[in-house]
Design a protein around this ligand. Structure first.
Ligand code: GLC
Length: 543
């Protein structure tokens, strides 16, 4: 894709790579940059324009790279800076841009800045982090970290606590300090010079905090910081930026992704992903998904940002369980339901994101407690066991919602370790790799892979995917998710029968002769939608 036009990313499709689990070339059991290089042609075949690369920077890997100890070095586990340069070049040569994952909210406790900060209160780097005075058992307040335990850790030699929204090994950076902001901007400019196409910004709505007032998300200076960040860095190139924002509502998202480009290109918000959990409860406390609630949520976002901002379209990432296991059917309708979920999402306005293996319909995996790797899941296991939960119930919650589900190795073929590594993988390969793998799907024109490939191609052929406005039909229906998109004289009708029950259905007027752009059944049925049936129809209203 040419990245010269303003808003070029409106027609882009992004593929997220979790490098640790993508392709190993050394037998170490963890993926590496050379492995990604080897698989660029696979991504080219799929047709994606951008790769979002989860962090590959130097890191002690407490949170799999979301704890960075040097933003300008590649972790030896992944390769070298030269490998990164070749990856950027080789991807660019194929029209694919690289988006790096910037963790600007916190660093690792092994970062040089934090090690200096620990030396004394007068050290120039001390103020790079957030400190409060206190005694060993006198916490500044009762704030908790997202991964369990207090959000404050005591440093006896300083007589102070530092603040961390995530693990204690992930101290929060002090954005109030202009020197911190400058250091981060210089680092970003250095990466821009190396030819990256953009950045994904980790928990960006949490950078402007006031811990004394318990404010961590959407702090008062957030948008000021974002505008400065953007002006000092991204806007100097024609870069794409996506902000991870768990706390964004439509109004905030409009500011993040305002078409004047003053903040970010688009927002990555999670409202739809929280609909199958009990309100106000942690994600582990699940609830059945109501289709009408899901539709209402998408409708609100499609209308809210139309012409006024830009959204990401996603159902998976490295923090979420696999969508086929979550909202589709892991069993006999796995492929059909994977295709339905793709149609539902890719028919909308926004930039679609595909998480590695989603294009194969990969599923969750049941793990024993010894197999778990994720810091969040391990903490949950410990905490809930102590709180008296039965072990079986805790493991069931982790199976439904744990982050390791997304992180099992990419399933390339039906050989040993699914072709991911010649060694022992850091996280086990899902036993269903013998059935679900890229090699088999590349050879099968009806596979989930080729379905995604065709969907991506459609988005590039018909501008209505990019521009069209959205109208939800049958809002209360608990089985059918149907909507139209309209732009100039072009119109799409997107039809999804959510679930295994056949559902009676009549085409709305005027659609009888419409062209079918894509469908997950080979033939059309009259008056009925079959299990997990989905299709997109197209018509011109001027003919
Ligand atoms: C984001 C990342 C997640 C990480 C957390 C802390 O939510 O997606 O993987 O653990 O930030 O950096």
């Amino acid at each position: 894709m040419e990245r010269t036009e303003k808003n070029w990313w409106h027609s882009a499709v992004v593929y997220q790579i979790y490098p640790k689990s993508f392709q190993d070339t050394t037998g170490s059991g963890t993926g590496d940059l050379k492995g990604i290089l080897q698989r660029l042609d696979y991504l080219k075949t799929l047709g994606v324009d951008l790769i979002w690369l989860s962090p590959v920077f130097a890191s002690p890997q407490v949170d799999n790279g979301y704890d960075i100890s040097d933003y300008q070095a590649i972790d030896p586990m992944y390769g070298t800076l030269e490998d990164m340069d070749s990856l950027i070049q080789e991807a660019n040569r194929r029209g694919i841009g690289i988006m790096l994952d910037l963790v600007l909210n916190h660093s690792s406790d092994r970062h040089r800045w934090f090690r200096e900060a620990l030396k004394s209160r007068d050290n120039p780097f001390h103020d790079y982090y957030i400190w409060r005075d206190g005694g060993p058992d006198a916490f500044p307040n009762d704030m908790r970290s997202a991964f369990g335990g207090p959000a404050w850790t005591y440093v006896p030699q300083l007589g102070q606590y530092y603040f961390h929204q995530f693990a204690p090994e992930q101290p929060d950076l002090n954005w109030e300090n202009p020197a911190v902001r400058r250091a981060l901007y210089d680092m970003i400019l250095w990466w821009m010079d190396r030819g990256v196409a953009g950045f994904r910004l980790d928990v960006i709505d949490q950078i402007a905090k006031e811990p004394d007032r318990h404010i961590t998300i959407n702090g008062p200076r957030l948008h000021e910081f974002l505008r400065e960040l953007s002006a000092e860095t991204f806007r100097k190139g024609n870069l794409v930026t996506v902000g991870e924002a768990w706390g964004a509502d439509v109004d905030r998202a409009k500011r993040y992704s305002c078409p004047d480009g003053s903040e970010l290109s688009m927002v990555f918000q999670f409202e739809h992903m929280g609909l199958d959990q009990q309100p106000g409860k942690p994600k582990w406390d699940t609830a059945p998904l109501s289709l009408s609630a899901l539709k209402a949520c998408f409708e609100k976002w499609q209308h809210g940002l139309h012409g006024q901002g830009w959204n990401s379209l996603f159902l998976n990432n490295h923090d979420l369980p696999r969508i086929v296991s979550r909202w589709g059917d892991e069993g006999g309708f796995r492929e059909t339901s994977a295709k339905l979920l793709a149609v539902m999402l890719h028919g909308m306005q926004g930039t679609p994101y595909i998480f590695q293996g989603e294009e194969l319909g990969m599923t969750n995996m049941r793990m024993t407690v010894d197999q778990l790797q994720d810091v969040e899941a391990k903490n949950l296991y410990r905490e809930r066991l102590e709180a008296g939960y039965p072990e079986g119930q805790i493991l069931e919650s982790i199976y439904r919602r744990g982050r390791d589900n997304a992180r099992t190795p990419m399933q390339w073929d039906d050989g040993p370790q699914a072709g991911f590594t010649t060694g022992t993988p850091w996280l086990p390969v899902n036993p269903n790799a013998a059935r679900i793998n890229a090699k088999a799907q590349l050879a099968d024109p009806d596979s989930v892979f080729h379905f995604y490939r065709r969907l991506i191609a459609l988005r590039k052929t018909y501008p209505v995917f990019r521009m069209g406005d959205f109208t939800l039909l049958l809002p209360e229906h608990e089985k059918l998710f149907v909507y139209t998109r309209a732009w100039m004289d072009q119109e799409l009708l997107v039809i999804c029968n959510f679930g295994a029950d056949p559902t009676s259905w009549q085409l709305p007027e005027g659609w009888a002769g419409a062209k079918c752009l894509i469908a997950n059944y080979p033939d059309a049925a009259q008056g009925l939608l079959r299990p997990w049936e989905a299709k997109i129809l197209y018509r011109r209203t001027d003919v």
